[in-house]
Design a protein around this ligand. Structure first.
Ligand code: TYM
Length: 330
């Protein structure tokens, strides 16, 4: 049984990139592993953000995770800010985290390039992520490809901490990523990674009508201008999405009809929209039902936070002891 940890930001809606890239693995890993899943609200404040909606977004992401199949009887589901040890460990790890590596993180460079004044929290974001994982001494971390660099830094931080403070050399395990076949889902613009901040997403809770409204204008093979132009499925993001939502025989049919111009892009999108809507329907139903039972969701998160705090306190006590802090008298 391995310890598994992962986190997701409460960015408003769980989109199909999150779901295919990571959340399906959260659910699968619950069989036979010891899993903790966290809504990382403290990560969601590292850029300009809307404080008024953070509470609602956090609740919605917790509902999204439950609707996707995170099962509180098999996994600990909690909110990061309910477990103060995350921020404490992040500070301790900040004292050994290499500044040069932090400055080289792709996400930091992308985000800071667009800012005039860069908050320090944007730079130290990966240290908090390392703390999230190492606090539970997790060995496996289901994530999408965009988090691999942060995970490599987590491994480096664990190595440094062990080398400096752990006589047995491995008190903090070096976590391994668990990738899904959908390691990087491209957004509806057909270009950038699917991401809430780019507005190129489809949410897992969207209605069939909303799914269709978003898919209809989605980018396809740019070389296919006229209905009668034959297309190249391999360069089309709608085709890529079919592979995740349509059965194999339909994927073949799509490719053949694209190459022969038997179908236009709209025909192809209609099939995708229907398959996507039916794949997501059970999640949407569970999500809507949970949204009408907020007390139940709060209870799950409360129980999760209590369990997580107990586990976190144990690691933090050990880490503090090894770093030489005076324990408080009982
Ligand atoms: P976040 O909130 O951006 O995304 C949550 C998860 O979804 C994956 N993902 C994708 N996978 C494939 N294609 C996409 N277009 C796509 N977009 C998102 C992400 O890789 C991620 O697994 N820093 C993290 C949150 C975090 C965390 C952690 C993760 C904080 N602490 C500890 C793991 C362990 C983030 O911003 O993910």
């Amino acid at each position: 049984m391995a310890r598994v940890f992962s986190g997701i930001q409460p960015s408003g809606e769980m989109h199909i990139g999150n779901w295919l890239g990571a959340i399906k693995n959260y659910v699968a890993l619950q069989d036979g592993n010891d899993c903790l899943y966290c809504v990382v609200d403290q990560h969601a404040i590292t850029g300009a953000y809307d404080a008024a909606s953070l509470t609602r977004r956090t609740q919605e992401m917790a509902i999204g995770l439950l609707a996707a199949g995170v099962d509180p009887s098999r996994a600990v589901l909690f909110v990061q800010s309910h477990v103060p040890q995350h921020a404490t460990l992040a500070w301790l790890l900040a004292t050994i985290a290499p500044l040069g590596e932090l400055e080289r993180m792709t996400q930091f460079k992308d985000k800071s390039d667009r800012l005039e004044s860069i908050p320090a929290g944007l730079l130290t974001y990966p240290i908090l992520m390392a703390a999230d994982i190492l606090l539970y001494r997790a060995e496996r971390v289901p994530v999408g490809e965009d988090q691999l660099q942060h995970l490599e830094l987590t491994r480096e931080i664990a190595r440094r901490w062990n080398a400096t403070f752990a006589a047995d050399a491995a008190y903090l395990p070096e976590p391994q990523p668990i990738l899904s076949p959908a390691r990087r889902i491209i957004g509806l613009d057909g270009q950038a990674k699917m991401s809430k901040s780019l507005g190129n997403t489809i949410g897992v809770m969207e209605s069939p009508e909303e799914i269709w409204q978003k898919l209809r204008p989605a980018m396809t093979d740019p070389a296919r201008v006229l209905r009668t132009d034959p297309g190249t499925p391999e360069v089309c993001n709608v085709y890529a999405l079919h592979k995740h939502f349509s059965p194999p025989e339909v994927v073949e049919e799509v490719a053949a009809n694209c190459r022969s111009a038997g179908w236009g892009c709209i025909d192809c999108k209609k099939v995708l929209a229907a398959n996507m809507a039916s794949t997501l329907a059970p999640m949407r139903e569970r999500g809507l039902a949970l949204a009408s039972r907020p007390a139940e969701v709060a209870q799950v998160l409360g129980d999760g936070a209590r369990t997580a705090r107990t586990m976190a306190a144990e690691t933090l006590a050990e880490v503090s002891d090894r770093m030489g802090f005076l324990p408080e008298a009982k």
